[in-house]
Structure formats: structure tokens, C-alpha cells
Design a protein around this ligand. Sequence first.
Ligand SMILES: Nc1ncnc2c1ncn2[C@@H]1O[C@H](COP(=O)(O)OP(=O)(O)OP(=O)(O)O)[C@@H](O)[C@H]1O
Length: 529
Amino acid sequence: MTGAALLGLLAALAGVGLAFSSGLLISRAALRPEDFLSLTLLVTTVRALGLGRAALRYAERVVGHAEALRGAQRLRLALFDTVARFGRDLLAFERSGDVLARSGADVDARMFHALRVTLPLWALVAVVVMVVAVLLHLDPLLAGLAGVPLVVAAVPTWLARAHVAALAREESDVTRRHASALLDALASSSDGAGRVYAPALGVMTATLEDLSLRLGAVAWRVTLLRELAFGVAVCGVLWRGATLVAGGEVPGPLLAAVTLGTAAAFDALTPLAAVPAASALDRRARERAAMLDAVQPAVRAPAMPVPVRGGPLALVDVSVVRAGRTVVQGATVTLHPGDRVSLSGPSGGGKTTLARLLTRDVDPDGGRVTLGGVDLRDLDPDAVRARISVHEQDAPLLDGTLRENVLLGDHHAPDARLRTLLDALDLGHLPLDVWVGEGGTRLSGGERARVSVARALLRPSEVLILDEPTAHLDGTTETRVLDVIRRELGGRTLLLITHREAPLGLVMRHLTLRGGQLTAGAAGTRTAI
Ligand SMILES: Nc1ncnc2c1ncn2[C@@H]1O[C@H](COP(=O)(O)OP(=O)(O)OP(=O)(O)O)[C@@H](O)[C@H]1O
């Protein structure tokens, strides 16, 4: 049992003890106020239990939440490790609403399991045992009249557990689907597609309302039966206690004590109502975690990685099949350190896929991708990626300031360096502190791309992969950006993916990917430098 559970259990027992001793004190004080010494002892007991119960509750909350937060930290780190395995492909496996639910509701369900499930069950057992043991000492019938309703009051919760668990699981599933659909609707609201989601969101909202009403209906029935059991127990104890007092078998002051003690014991039943739902959500969260663990990401790190030693990056007879279609077939090319190569070809022809082979975001279905002659599959993917700086086609930006986004390239870059680079990229009108919005939505497509290019250029790396860095730009700005790339490149290897004419002086070789075939030289008027 955890420290918090032990404290909670003691607090529950202290609550019953407090009611019992208070009843005793009130009756004693009323019947024999002159018996000062025994009253002093009772007053002290009541005070000790009152303060003790508050202190125990407080300590249980502090210790319990500290334990839960430590558990949440472990769970979140494990979750980040799991989702990080998917790299940039995460959203091909998980919808963003699901990722949100995993890091919110699922972690909550698992971290509070001990407080919401284990503790209430232990506390109830301890309280029932204590009350029955004390009352048995006085009279078996008295013990039965208090103990039986206490146990019976727990039965409706027990009987309703499967129903409540099913409703809670459905509620959590619908909430997750609702979050996913809402995020999709928000993400696509600019082209009106959000309206497509409205009917489905309406249905899910209605389902959630219905589920909440059905859970409420179960809760009030369980509460009503618990209160009935409470009434039966208190009346029964009063009746039997009064009979015993009248017969002289039990001293009068004990009547108030056992009645109040029995009433207080019912407090232990209150948290029980939440146990089936909490337990079901914990199980659901564990199942979902196990399912995600079982999914194989596109790439896996080797158990014993070979140390990365640099050298040429090469594709050796590489083939890639995506969605049943061969997008790269038998591609062979070597990028020597300092090479500057452009890659063009029709849309959907596999250029980005080829770049992702080099960063090991995907593995080839045939052939090998090597760094310094070693297959990337034998290297630590993080170490490989640390050597490569990438500007992705859709230029994803994080919700934050311009400075925060560019600093992702190099955390130590001073403001002056950022400013010079951004000014050179024609972004002088954007202050470093400007908020770029979620995904960079407060910037234009061309501005977003240039921020992403700045970040890639800033990153200390040996290889630079720029996937259509000038796709959104007018001719003048494009020339400017290509000049900056040329200046900032230094001796780095460059792979420039472009649909446009690769600029003279920037690249040394042209590659074309067409119909899955990678060929040297480009169609049309290109001139190799
Ligand atoms: N994660 C994925 N799962 C399945 N298929 C994919 C995935 N990513 C890309 N594809 C498919 O692979 C093919 C090549 O895509 P890729 O993005 O490499 O093309 P591209 O040449 O870069 O295109 P563009 O010039 O339009 O950017 C496409 O048919 C695409 O649908």
C-alpha cells in the first residue's frame, strides 16, 4: 500500500472515531457534567481526532498528489518515448486528438488510479471492520444492524459497475473522437471544410450529453439506495441501542456514540461511487498504451548502434513502395561531403520520399542507404539526424514567437545573428518577438517557408536538405533567398529539391526522379555547373 493510501485509510478511521467520541462526550457532558476528569480525557480525544483527521486528510492529499504527479511524470516520459519512435510520421499512426487524449485523459486516469480506486476500497473495508468489531463487542444484533446496511449500501455500486464502466468507456471514446474531429475541423476551417464536420460534431455532442445523463441517472439511484441504507442503519442502531440502554446492558452515553459512529461510517461509501468509472478508464488507458506500444513505427533504432563517423551519404540500388506503388526503383547516388545537388521531377514522383530516406524517416524496401559506407539501419537514427538539417516542404512552425522558432535551429544563436539572417531573407518587417500563431498561421506561406529555411541554415550540420524552399516566393525574393543559401552554405553538402530551374552557381549536379527512376542530369535547359 502506498503512503497516501495508508494516510487516507487512517483519515477515514479517524473520521469514524471522531464521531464516536463526540457522541460519547456530548452524552457524558449532559448526563454527568461533574465528572470532570473523564470529560477532560474525552475532550482531548475529540480534539486529537478532529485535528488528526484534518492533518491526515491534508497529508494524504499532499503525499497522494506528489505520488500521482511523480507517476504522471513517468507516464508522460514513457508516452513521449513511444510517440517519438514515430518521428515525423506520428500523425500517420495517431490522430492529433488521440495524441491529446493520451497525454491528458489517459495519463490522468492512470495516475489517479490509486487515489480513486485502491484507496476508497481499502478505506471502506477498514471502516466496516472497525465499526462491526466495536459493535460486536457490545451486542451482535447492534453490529448486524449497522454492518449489514453498510455492506448492502455498497451492493448497488457493485451491481452497476459493468454498466457504469461501459458508459464511462464510451464517454471516453466519444470524447476522443470529438477532440480529433474538432481539431480536424479547426485545421481545415479556412477552406470551409469545417462545415463538413459540424453534423458529426453535433451527433457526438448529443451522445456525450446522453451519456452524461445516463451516468447521472445511475449515480442518483446509487445515492438514493445508499441514503436508504443509511436511514435503516441509524434507525436500527438507535432502536437496538435504546433497548440495550433501557435494559441496563449498555451505558447510556454509548447510544449517541454508536449512532454517530455508524452514521460517520457511511462517509466511506461516498467515494465508492466513482470507483467503477475510474477503474474502467484506467483499464482503457492501459489497453490504448499497449496498442500503441505494439504498433511498429516506420523505422526502428538498432539495439547496438554502430558509432556514426561521417563520410558520403549514398543510396545503393534503393527501392521504396508507398501505398502499393513503387515510387523509387533502383536509385543509386552518392552525395560526397561538400556536394551541391538539385533534385527535380514530377509532383508525387518521390522526391520528398528520397530525402526522407537520407534522414532515415523511412527505410528502403530494397537496397541500402549508407553514411560513410555504413547502412543507416545500423546507426543511431538520432545521431544520423543530428548531422542533417532539413527544411520541410510544408515548413511546420511551432506555436510561439519568431525567435523561439528560429532558435530551434541553434539554441545559442544571439539575437543579432537571428536578425541579420532574417533581414537577409527579407523578413526584416517581422520583430523577433512576434507570435507566429499555431503552425505559423499568422504568417504568409512564403514567410513561413523563409522562417523554416532560416532555422535549417542556422542549424550546425554537415548536410542541408531543402525541400522546395522557394515554392511560395516571387522571382525577386527567390533570388534573394537563394543568395542567402549560397552564402550560408559554407562547405556543407546540399540537396535542393525544386520544381524550378536550379540556380547556376548554387548546385554542381542535377538529378531527376521520374517514374521511380533516378537519373543524373535534368531535362530541358538546365546546365550543370
Ligand atoms: N506516409 C505515406 N504513406 C503512404 N504513401 C505516402 C506517404 N508519403 C507519401 N506517400 C506517397 O508517396 C508518393 C511520393 O510522395 P512524395 O511526397 O515523395 O512526392 P514528391 O515528389 O515530393 O511530390 P511533390 O513534388 O508534390 O512534393 C506519393 O504518391 C504519396 O502519395
